[in-house]
Design a protein around this ligand. Structure first.
Ligand SMILES: *Cc1c(COP(=O)(O)O)cnc(C)c1O
Length: 413
């Protein structure tokens, strides 16, 4: 990676970037929401497009000199619509949370009611958490998951009938089963609600046709571009044609200023990459790897919330080991595995401590990890949890994880 100029002007930041590269190269990244973009995506994100103001939409800008920006943003919109099968795309949201905020703004007034998944059951902050804008300004009712780690659609239906929400949100940050968008549509229709699918986590799987698409059923689809979709850090909103204007107005001038056109270019590159046959193979391997990891962990005697995963992630349930998510996420870091603590359903621990660890395979799959590597990762994880106080054992496990990192180099060119 070329840091020639920054090394001269700002060696302090340059050094940290180099150290971060080394950290990424030498650790096994199991944070389910992370990935490693292509160098092509990074070149777009690091390009001269960062210099350009382009408030407005293609061909309707508030600034001059947007002829190339317009081409890029239109290509990005077109690729998003084609890949996900939606009528309209706004590719300007700076992040997934802002994409959701724009849908709230386009569809509701403060105080209106939303039905969404509870944060501690796998939902997202921006779906109505009391500490987020969504929970502060809207009336939020939430559904959860049952003891099998699944959404109880009959429960969602009952809540919808009781609370008559204006907007129903499906999609999650920590849900390991296939989401039935058709069932959500039926529920939304029964109560006259709008339906938003937030596919931030599963976008890469949806793009590859390996998770059912929300397109036939949802009024709005939001996503991040940096998770399984493997693009730059950012968000996209897609919707039916009838909501296009309201969405565009909500993004700008509603809540954002100038779009990040360098990131939009990188989104365009990532969307092209995601439309290729190689990406289908990649997404299929993400799922195979997640299943191999879940099986490996269960073979080691550990519990997974809801048992076998159906997508790219799972939550390790540590309750029977007597250990906490917080401590074990730290122990995993010692053995060279990055993951995050997470609550499990009915967690006896606080959200800061937790009894779970969320694990996902998009990033390691990008590096080339295969099923047999995931089995080894499962053994390293189990070994670290069972021997969390044994320094020598942890050291040996660190060597094994380093071996896997060396076997599958990252950004080696
Ligand atoms: C990650 C995530 C988001 C938010 O994305 P940011 O880019 O971090 O704002 C929104 N919704 C879901 C379901 C997510 O998993």
């Amino acid at each position: 990676m070329n840091l020639e100029h920054i090394k001269k002007t700002d060696p302090v930041v340059a050094e940290q970037i180099e150290l971060e590269l080394k950290r990424q190269q030498e650790t096994i990244e199991l944070i389910a929401s992370e990935n490693c973009t292509s160098l092509a995506v990074m070149e777009a994100a690091g390009s001269v497009l960062t210099n350009k103001y382009a408030e407005g939409k293609p061909h309707k800008r508030y600034y001059n000199g947007c002829e190339h920006i317009d081409v890029i943003e239109e290509i990005c919109q077109k690729r998003a619509c084609e890949l996900f099968g939606m009528d309209h795309a706004n590719v300007q949201p700076h992040s997934g949370a802002q994409a959701n905020m724009a849908v709230f703004m386009a569809t509701m007034k403060p105080g209106d009611r939303v039905l969404s998944m509870d944060l501690s059951n796998g939902g997202h902050l921006s779906h109505g958490s009391p500490v987020n804008f969504s929970g502060m300004y809207f009336d939020v009712k939430s559904y959860g998951i049952n003891e099998y780690g699944e959404i109880d659609y009959e429960d969602v239906r009952k809540m919808a009938l009781e609370h008559k929400p204006k907007l129903i949100i499906c999609g999650a940050s920590n849900y390991s089963k296939i989401i039935d968008f058709k069932k959500f549509r039926e529920i939304a229709d029964e109560v006259g609600a709008l339906l938003l699918a937030d596919i931030a986590h599963i976008a890469g799987l949806v793009a590859a046709g390996l998770h059912p698409s929300p397109a036939p059923y949802c009024d709005f689809v939001t996503t991040t571009t940096h998770k399984s979709l493997r693009g730059p850090r950012g968000g996209i909103i897609m919707c039916k044609e009838e909501y296009a204007q309201a969405i565009d107005k909500a993004v700008f001038p509603g809540m954002q200023g100038g779009p990040l056109e360098h990131i939009i270019a990188a989104k365009a590159v990532a969307l092209l990459e995601a439309s290729k046959p190689e990406f289908k193979d990649y997404a299929a391997q993400i799922i195979k790897n997640a299943k191999a990891l879940a099986q490996g962990l269960m073979d080691e005697g550990l519990d997974i919330v809801g048992g076998m995963t159906e997508n790219h992630l799972m939550t390790l349930d540590l309750r029977k080991t007597g250990k906490t998510g917080k401590d074990m996420a730290n122990v995993l870091e010692v053995v060279g595995i990055t993951a995050n603590k997470n609550t499990v359903p009915n967690d006896p621990q606080s959200p800061f401590v937790t009894s779970g660890i969320r694990l996902g395979t998009p990033a390691v799959t990008t590096r080339g990890f295969k099923e047999e590597d995931m089995t080894e990762v499962a053994k390293i994880i189990a070994g670290a949890i069972y021997a969390s106080d044994n320094e020598q054992a942890l050291k040996n496990l660190r060597e094994r994880s380093m071996k896997l990192c060396k076997k599958h180099p990252l950004y080696a060119e």
